[in-house]
Design a protein around this ligand. Structure first.
Ligand SMILES: Cc1ncc(COP(=O)(O)O)c(C=O)c1O
Length: 453
């Protein structure tokens, strides 16, 4: 790290966050501000609408893991759709400024880059849980001894419900055929070796492994490559829920080889509430028309889709899993947000997320608020933007008080506060302000622990 005088007169500010390591961090708002000033990615913050706090200033927004911020330009693009609809009516399918007929294909190159996939392996469609269902129709094929689905204990409830319902729909008992891998007693995160051991133990009874790329509650990043390889080695299919991974953690799906992956677009992709979701289907299935799937007319090849005949010839690749014509208004925001990520560069975004979440963890470790511990693993292979903080007492009140001060984190029952500084919209100063306010609130809301510690 170079030490240079800054406009703020801080001699220990690095020239860029890229040079930061934990030993360079300083617990100072001025220092954080100085890092922001020198940050080549800081300019991207202005591309997003940061919600106001009660006093009218910008809030500290730490919930990109739940709903990403609105990029500027979305209103204009949606307005364009509305005008095209008003002036062209049905002709907009072909004559809109961005014709609606193949609108989803505009997203494909960027989704491919975000997921490390080929163009024909990704498609924007439906919503996350719906896509998980569609993928399980195709890739959960219990047969003979091979009937089990492995998920993690404490999986996102929607995934658990979806898995159970698929098992039951094949006439099997979910209590027996849905298997979970759990953290060790006294631990909150999963050990990689436990997942691998579970896969090995299930062996030829395993029909599908369905895990999250980043765990929603703990922020832990999983080794998709190694887990996928092991599951495939025992003959299982493998799918990933990438709700908290896409736009956050590194993804090289084609190379890593899962059968499928699904994500939503309203978190790190900033696609807006209820935005259209996405799906990856590995190229080895691109023309595997024998793979069962639920059909709709949009999966029919565009060549004969509009002949309106019974004959069905599936489209090549992930497009062949579409069902309905695409929701244009729900896709439009992604045409604004994804180009911003492309411009910033995914590698740089990833590095910046790690620096921001690293700073957050470091600050908490320095301040040592009583009754607080970090759940998210600290090593850079197992974390991304989100830091999950366990607050032994009064977590809900702390969360509530932070909201009142314009610090927007979220709370997951019973005792987890999640804070996710995102690569482009958050600043080092945000992180400092969040931790400072958090530590103050903890000491206010957990006086009993403070008194006895
Ligand atoms: C990990 C995970 N899986 C599934 C879902 C459900 O998503 P949806 O309501 O878009 O189907 C969510 C929503 O936040 C999630 O975080």
């Amino acid at each position: 790290m170079t030490t240079t005088a800054t406009p703020l007169g801080i001699s220990h500010a690095p020239t860029s966050w890229m040079e930061l390591s934990a030993c360079d961090f300083v617990d100072s708002r001025d220092w954080a501000r100085a890092v922001d000033t020198r940050d080549p990615l800081s300019q991207f913050r202005d591309r997003f609408a940061i919600p106001p706090a009660a006093d009218g200033s910008q809030c500290v927004y730490m919930t990109g893991n739940s709903l990403g911020l609105k990029p500027h330009g979305v209103r204009e693009l949606i307005q364009e759709k509305l005008e095209d609809w008003a002036t062209l009516g049905v002709e907009g399918h072909l004559k809109a400024r961005k014709p609606w007929l193949d609108y989803h294909m505009r997203l494909q190159p960027m989704l491919a880059e975000m997921t490390g996939a080929h163009l024909d392996e990704v498609v924007a469609m439906n919503t996350l849980t719906v896509n998980l269902h569609l993928m399980m129709v195709s890739f959960y094929r219990p047969e003979g001894r091979r009937t089990k689905i492995l998920i993690e204990q404490g999986a996102f409830p929607s995934d658990t419900y979806a898995v159970r319902s698929h098992i039951a729909s094949r006439g099997l008992d979910p209590a027996e055929h849905m298997v979970t891998v759990a953290p060790r007693a006294g631990e909150r995160t999963l050990r990689h070796e436990e997942i691998i051991a579970k896969i090995d133990a299930l062996g030829d009874t395993l029909a599908l492994v369905l895990l999250p790329g980043v765990h929603y509650a703990t922020g832990q990043v999983f080794d998709i490559a190694a887990i996928t390889a092991r599951a495939r080695a025992v003959g299982s299919r493998v799918g990933w829920d990438l709700a908290h991974s896409i736009g956050n953690a590194e993804l090289r799906l084609h190379e890593w080889g899962p059968d499928f992956a699904c994500w939503c677009s309203y978190k790190y992709l900033c696609g807006g509430p209820g935005a259209v979701a996405g799906c990856f289907i590995h190229r080895r299935h691109a023309d595997a028309h024998e793979v069962p799937r639920y059909l709709g007319w949009w999966a029919n090849s565009p060549v004969n889709r509009f002949e309106m005949r019974d004959h069905f010839s599936p489209t090549h690749g992930a497009d062949g899993w579409q069902i309905s014509n695409p929701p244009i208004l729900s896709m439009a925001p992604l045409l604004v947000s994804l180009p911003i990520f492309m411009e910033a560069g995914l590698g740089r975004m990833r590095q910046r997320s790690l620096a921001l979440s690293g700073y957050l963890m470091w600050l908490i470790a320095q301040r040592r608020p009583v009754g607080v511990s970090i759940v998210t693993p600290s090593n850079t292979h197992e974390r991304a933007s989100q830091v999950s903080i366990l607050v032994q007492r009064g977590a809900r009140s702390v969360h509530h008080a932070l909201l009142g001060k314009g610090i927007v984190c979220d709370f997951r029952e019973p005792d987890i506060l999640r804070a996710a500084p995102t690569a482009l919209a958050s600043s080092f100063e945000d992180v400092w302000r969040m931790v400072d306010a958090f530590c103050n609130e903890v000491s206010t809301h957990s006086p009993l622990i403070g008194a006895t510690a």
